[in-house]
Design a protein around this ligand. Sequence first.
Ligand code: ADP
Ligand code: MG
Length: 324
Amino acid sequence: MTEFDLIRQFFTHPLRHTVLGVGDDAALMQPRAGKIIAVSSDMLVAGRHFFPHTDPYRLGRKTLTVNLSDMAAMGAEPRWVTLSAAIPSADIQWIKPFAQGFFDEAQAHNVDWVGGDTTSGPLNLAVTIIGEVTAHQALRRDTAQLDDDIWVSGTLGDAAMGLAILNHLLRLPSEDQAFCVGRLEQPTARVSLGLRLAGVAHAAIDLSDGLVADLGHILSASGVGADLYLEQLPMSSVLKNCSYSGQVREAMLNGGDDYELCFTASPDAAEQVLAAANLAQTPVTQIGKVVSTLGTRVLDANGDRVIVKRQGFDHFAEQSAQQQ
Ligand code: ADP
Ligand code: MG
């Protein structure tokens, strides 16, 4: 099978809102009136960002999900995507389900797959996603304000526990393992929430490297600090019932791959935030406050500072560094 057969058979799909897609030297797109363009690129490298033997359909979906998540974190509506793929061989058994997963995820979010590049080489997947956002409503990292509430969507730490399970560092009952691995391999991009927060929230980021690290990007860009309330961090029932409480805490604060949104908003906007979450059918939890003291302080239920050590989690930290 030639490169062009591959492109025709697996990478060419009907388009919904594109002037010209796959087959020419460039795709042509028309942004809608009043919108500005948001562009983001992400590369997924086998053995670094995912296990090479990950189910190809799930991998196809996730390859797009992590990019949709960047659009969500900007408050942008994802519209177009390109996929540049280095693939070791023309293995149809792998390419077909991978492309199907990528396409299904695109369809589910009304995104047109408009082009890309295909080459042979060590498995490497590079995506560029293009979205639209209303000018001045984009959710940037540098616009958090003093006294803002800090919010997060969904639950934290499940994906990091999934990674620990796949690395044979942790065992849970099989249903709980499937839940955590599912959260790692099939995250949900919070696109609808991000869109509804545009113009409501002050700053946002998506959580790919862990809450403390990613929130830290908002804080340093905005020149502020944060108090986080440990007891308020949203936890799945699986993590609540898990006996490894030190690992759970570490996963919630520092584990990667959750692809939840972390955002700040004025306390006056709390009702609007909850209404947005309700419409997006995505739970959100207030987990802290923006303060003037730089850095992040994690506080327990008594308001005392908790020093979060990587205690007992070194293995996990090493492994997740390899897999990030
Ligand atoms: P060029 O030589 O101009 O780079 P290519 O031969 O690489 O063109 O690609 C031919 C067409 O196929 C282009 O329109 C390109 O966007 C599309 N294409 C190539 N690879 C992919 C892919 N993985 N997904 C979607 N479209 C692709
Ligand atoms: Mg090319």
